[in-house]
Design a protein around this ligand. Structure first.
Ligand code: NAP
Length: 494
């Protein structure tokens, strides 16, 4: 492994300097009510990139008031124009691809190639929902008795609170903002404190694209637990949509209960990756590298547990280990780097703790298994074999570059192990047997299955989990439904 820690390049300063660092409330960039700010860190160096306004509860209530004032006019805005705003934003994001990717890498740490891929993926939600904005239909039918008619309308839910995580700082925003804009909802967005800059840059693009004042409000804060409760308890709020960890999601569902808010939850995962004896092992290793190492392993969809048939386990482990050893770790801004730092010291400590726990219980380190060279939060790409069932990392999200391998002999054992978790976001299956592929895909308790494929994310597909991985779907033709209510009008006199 070689860790690069070059001095920062002037272009890095430029992209940070040109990004807004204040709150966006009612179409105006302004400081926080009490003037507070908080630092944003570059996880590859631990240096501070800049300071961002630290919203208070008072700011949050003002942001919601602005969203509420804008709601009726926005709901009445022509759907075609709402779609065209998204389309313009899609084009601007695409034009500013390189600067946005650099900004994302600076605050989040992922390699530039991955930031570029996220920007493309994120923009795709705007293009997709620009098209969906004009396809919100209704229904008209004759009542079964023949007397009267039934009219069914779809209307925007109303002002929505959107809370997003740091691991995909733009895509987790566009997956919510895109359908909300298309449906005619206004919103207050609270990005993660580690990565507010990408969301602020996105806010700038949306206002430039013609989004009316008050439709999108952005309130970065270092005190989420104090800033969001007052708006969750405000009757002007009609929806809560959250992407983040299951414990925080659970607590937010409780906080949404008094107002019976419409709730969408994209929560944690613990994805199993199943390799059967009839799999194409080389394709499985390619898929494993994507499913494990995309985003430095810091993805809700990251393969967390590899269940490999005993007959191919040695070949799979050897080939995966060669690929993991060859990866270059360092600052993501260096184009040759493939693995960046973890997001912060806490996340690095958690990965160290989980690997130590597995090793203490008998797992064998095939490669890696140690911290990387600082000052950033680096962890060496790791493969663990002979991982015992009791190891914590088979039950908890690792969120780091660690691949634990467990062997099996029977299909039912692999299925039982895969489903033995409270999570149910995504599962991966590698097999060349069509019957098995369908049988196993049906039996897996997951919202999504990657069949001979290591990445499932696609703006045109419904993304989401079952069990404690979430409620609702983002993307696809159903993504806009999360922002629409159904109204039935009983028509008499006919
Ligand atoms: P997190 O700690 O749950 O934080 C997510 C967001 O919630 C952040 O904006 C955070 O703000 C905010 N938050 C934390 N505590 C809060 C509170 N008491 N009240 C209101 N907001 C609060 O998760 P994370 O570490 O950022 O993200 C990683 C997690 O997200 C993983 O579990 C991953 O699986 C999950 N994830 C799921 C999906 C999916 O689609 N299912 C996609 C991506 C990530 P702060 O910035 O102040 O902490």
């Amino acid at each position: 492994m070689s860790v690069t820690d070059q001095p920062s390049h002037p272009r890095e300063h430029t992209v940070v300097d040109q990004t807004p660092t204040q709150l966006l409330v009612d179409g105006t960039w302004r400081p926080a009510a009490r003037g507070g700010t908080f630092p944003v860190e570059d996880p590859s160096t631990t240096r501070t990139l800049c300071s961002v306004s630290d919203a208070t509860a008072e700011d949050a209530v003002e942001a919601l008031a602005a969203a509420d004032r804008a709601q009726n006019a926005w709901a009445a805005h022509p759907p075609r124009e709402r779609g065209e705003i998204l389309r313009r934003a899609f084009e601007t994001i695409t034009d500013r691809h390189e600067d946005l990717a650099l900004l994302m890498t600076l605050e989040m740490g992922k390699p530039l190639a991955e930031s570029r891929a996220e920007i493309t993926y994120a923009a795709e939600f705007f293009r997709w929902f620009a098209e969906e904005a004009v396809r919100v239909g209704g229904d008209y039918s004759v009542s079964p008795s023949g007397k009267g008619r039934m009219l069914v309308l779809r209307q925007p839910v109303g002002p929505s609170l959107m809370i997003t995580p740091w691991n995909f700082p733009m895509a987790m925003g566009t997956r919510k903002i895109g359908p909300a804009v298309a449906a005619g909802c206004t919103m207050v967005v609270k990005p993660a404190h580690q990565t507010p800059l990408t969301m602020l840059a996105l806010g700038h693009i949306l206002t430039e694209s013609g989004l009316p004042d008050g439709v999108l409000n952005i309130i970065p804060t270092r005190h989420a637990g104090e800033v969001t409760p007052p708006i969750l308890n405000d009757e002007r709020l009609r929806k809560l949509t959250f992407t983040g960890s299951t414990p925080v999601g659970r607590s937010l569902i409780e906080q949404a209960a008094p107002q019976v808010l419409n709730v969408s939850m994209e929560l944690g995962g613990n994805a199993p990756f199943l390799v059967f004896d009839d799999a194409d092992v080389d394709a499985a290793v390619d898929g494993a590298m994507l499913a494990k190492m995309r985003n430095i392993g810091e993805a809700c969809t990251a393969a967390n547990r590899f269940y490999v048939h005993r007959s191919v386990a040695e070949e799979f482990t050897t080939k995966l280990t060669e690929r993991m050893r060859a990866l270059r770790t360092g600052r993501g801004v260096d184009d040759s780097v493939e693995v960046g730092p973890l997001i912060d010291a806490g996340q690095l400590d958690k990965v160290v703790e989980l690997v130590d726990d597995a090793v203490t219980r008998g797992a064998r380190v095939v490669t890696g298994g140690e911290r990387g060279e600082g000052p950033g939060h680096y962890y060496t790409p790791t493969v663990l074999a002979d991982v015992p069932t009791e190891a914590r990392l088979l039950r908890e999200e690792i969120f780091g570059p660690v691949a634990p391998i467990v062997t099996f002999t029977e299909e039912h054992q692999a299925l039982h192990a895969a489903n033995d978790t409270e999570f149910g976001l995504v599962s991966y299956v590698y097999t060349r047997d069509m019957q098995r592929a369908l049988r196993v895909s049906e039996a897996l308790q997951a919202g999504m299955v990657g069949l001979n494929q290591g990445v499932v994310s696609n703006a045109a597909a419904p993304f989401g989990g079952v069990k404690q991985s979430g409620i609702g779907r983002e993307g696809g033709t159903v993504g806009i439904d999360e922002y629409l209510e159904t109204k039935y009008v009983a028509v008499g006199g006919l």
